[in-house]
Design a protein around this ligand. Structure first.
Ligand code: NDP
Length: 395
């Protein structure tokens, strides 16, 4: 299920088009640009069926309409003449949406909103005032490795340059008593937040390496809750990847937690964030020197009102924002958090690879310390190897 949608007056039709396009995709198959992807279904932008689908849902199809759905429409513009491009996963709400807005507002960036729900993303982008043409929406469901691979193929087919990848999307299931699973059978929090992004970042590494802007960045959003060197990180259940025996066995129904212990939805989220932060450090170790890409993580502050807490108890959702505002003073608005994430992408001063960024009211941005577990490079290397196997990057 994938389709490219650009921002224009026909953009509302995109969600309807996407369903038809995905059926059309079945008839057009081409060799994947990536060696690890044997064959990829494309959105069939050149197929008569795709254009017919567009014609059926848009009022008056024109040459320019058809043009917008051609995968090579952007490729005609040499990368150096394109705007810098940032992919943001989970840009349909909260931190991702506000970072997208902040980047787009500079006029220097084109944002690819990598989202699982076209219509929601398009409505959100319009509601927050992102200028038409400053963004496009590309389907990505991180809870399916096939969707991640297809997203990468579709992105490459657009011909856009890539200057920044922001792995931001996440699910948080704090009240879940039983685990849920991704299409590939991984526990949902680890599968979406860590494994989906792990594959995505690896598959887009070459594009970042070739970025014309000379300061390409790969950012994976971390969290204070996974960092046990903080007060918030010590609220039970604490993050702990243990011996990674659960991950080794695939975080499946038989063993859904990375540490192999009993399922706990809140801990699964925290563990996934630890894995995200360890992955950034591993990417820095493995690839920074050879690619020039900056790998970093951040804690943007407590954005207490985002959709992340949608599955929490009602009373928690009522009390958490004022508690963060007036007691811990860790509260940050979605808009401010979005500016912080955009800063990590674009500020030349925040170009240190391997860093974990935080903010304080007095100092602004500063490089923060990670927990002992996140800093455990031997464990991180093991996490890397196990993750690579699970997503099919190694045997
Ligand atoms: P939101 O729930 O507002 O945003 C999460 C985004 O992830 C949504 O756009 C959601 O899409 C998307 N998403 C979820 N599952 C998938 C999937 N399978 N495929 C693709 N996209 C998916 O929460 P936040 O903005 O708060 O969270 C953003 C990031 O910030 C997360 O990484 C979170 O861990 C981190 N963070 C948040 C903090 C906070 O206080 N809120 C604090 C520290 C870190 P959809 O709209 O379709 O649901």
């Amino acid at each position: 299920m994938s389709a490219v949608m650009s921002t224009s007056k026909i953009s509302n039709a995109g969600a309807q088009i996407s369903g038809k396009a995905s059926r059309a995709a079945k008839v057009v198959r081409l060799q994947a640009p990536c060696a690890r992807i044997p064959s990829i279904a494309m959105p069939a932008a050149r197929s008569p069926l795709f254009i017919a689908a567009a014609a059926a849902t848009a009022p008056a199809p024109s040459a320019s309409l058809a043009d917008q759905f051609k995968p090579n429409a952007v490729a005609r513009v040499p990368p150096t003449q394109q705007k810098q491009t940032a992919i943001i996963t989970g840009a349909s709400s909260g931190l991702g949406l506000n970072a997208a807005k902040a980047l787009a507002a500079t006029g220097e960036w084109h944002v690819v909103m990598a989202c699982r729900d076209f219509l929601k993303a398009e409505k959100a982008a319009k509601a927050i005032g992102m200028p038409a043409g400053s963004y496009s929406i590309l389907h990505l469901d991180l809870s399916s490795l096939e969707s991640v691979r297809q997203f990468v193929a579709n992105f490459k087919a657009t011909g856009r340059r890539l200057d920044a990848l922001i792995c931001n999307a996440a699910v948080y299931l704090p009240t879940a008593k039983v685990p849920r699973f991704t299409a590939d059978g991984f526990e949902l929090s680890v599968g979406t937040n860590h494994l989906g992004h792990f594959l995505l970042a690896n598959l887009l590494l070459d594009d970042l390496k070739n970025a014309p802007n000379k300061q390409p960045r790969c950012i994976i959003v971390g969290s204070i809750t996974g960092n046990t060197n903080t007060l918030a990180g010590n609220v039970p259940p604490k993050a702990n990847l243990g011996d990674l025996s659960g991950l080794a066995s695939g975080v499946t129904v038989a063993n859904p937690m990375m540490d192999g212990q009993e399922f706990d939805g809140a801990k699964a989220y925290k563990d996934s964030k630890v894995a995200c932060m360890m992955t950034v450090r591993q990417m820095h170790e493995r690839f920074h020197e050879s690619t020039g890409v900056t790998f970093a993580s951040l804690y943007p502050g407590c954005i207490a009102e985002t959709g992340l807490f949608r599955e929490h108890y009602g009373v928690f959702k009522t009390l958490f924002p004022p508690f963060q505002k007036y007691v811990t003073k860790g509260y940050v608005s979605e808009e401010e958090a979005g500016r912080r994430l955009a800063q990590v992408i674009s500020d030349p001063k925040l170009n240190k690879s391997g860093a974990y960024w935080s903010w304080s009211n007095s100092k602004g941005s500063f490089e923060n310390q990670v927990s002992e577990e996140v800093a455990d490079d031997a464990k991180a290397a093991k996490l890397w190897d196990l993750s690579a196997k699970l997503v099919g990057l190694s045997a």
